[in-house]
Design a protein around this ligand. Sequence first.
Ligand SMILES: Nc1ncnc2c1ncn2[C@@H]1O[C@H](COP(=O)(O)OP(=O)(O)O)[C@@H](O)[C@H]1O
Ligand SMILES: Nc1ccn([C@@H]2O[C@H](COP(=O)(O)O)[C@@H](O)[C@H]2O)c(=O)n1
Length: 201
Amino acid sequence: MLIIGIAGGTGCGKTTVVNTILKELPEGEVGVISQDSYYKDTSHLSFEERVKINFDHPRSIDFELLEQHLIELRAGNSINQPVYSFVKHNRTGDVIVTKPRKVMIVEGILILSHAEIRDLFDIKIYVHADSDERLIRRLRRDITERGRDINEVLQRYQSTLKPMHQQFIEPMKEYADIIIPNNKYNTVAVDIVKTIINERL
Ligand SMILES: Nc1ncnc2c1ncn2[C@@H]1O[C@H](COP(=O)(O)OP(=O)(O)O)[C@@H](O)[C@H]1O
Ligand SMILES: Nc1ccn([C@@H]2O[C@H](COP(=O)(O)O)[C@@H](O)[C@H]2O)c(=O)n1
């Protein structure tokens, strides 16, 4: 199994890169794990308390479960990937049964910040887009897809997202084998990653 980690700040285009890669590869050969599925269960908190969580700090992620799931997949076993709701700020209680594939892609803002998980990746990719570009994309996406308004996105950006990005995400570029510049759609870089995956398949 080839495990590829794709990191980068919110809105840099990780999900879009992953979907572009998947589109042209044989169905069933590549599996995807999203770090977002591993936000900690916060059912013990009220909605008002959950809204206040710093979702850009590593402690908001259940890295133990993510690591355990990657080890299971590598051993050839299926896992139950939790489903997360950005509207409820919590896990939904549903799971996606995720089977081991020849190539597994793990994507998320903080996946390179955890040493044990980082060591599980055969290839580490960092997707870069400038912070103003990422903020514009995030505003559009969170308002249309994640049930947010402009004040929520800007308030979160200033209070937690930007400082956490500078502290925990941007420095992880150091560990990347490949950095994809993604201020514009970067078809060349995505094609290179697809070629690497195709070779393995
Ligand atoms: N290269 C790009 N140029 C313009 N918009 C992009 C680009 N890549 C992604 N987007 C858009 O930006 C938003 C955030 O992208 P997404 O892939 O969800 O980022 P991430 O998963 O890194 O948070 C989406 O609405 C997506 O369509
Ligand atoms: N309940 C939540 C959980 C997370 N976020 C934000 O999601 C971002 C990470 O996801 P991407 O798809 O953008 O990589 C992260 O920056 C969190 O702030 C949220 O808004 N609400």
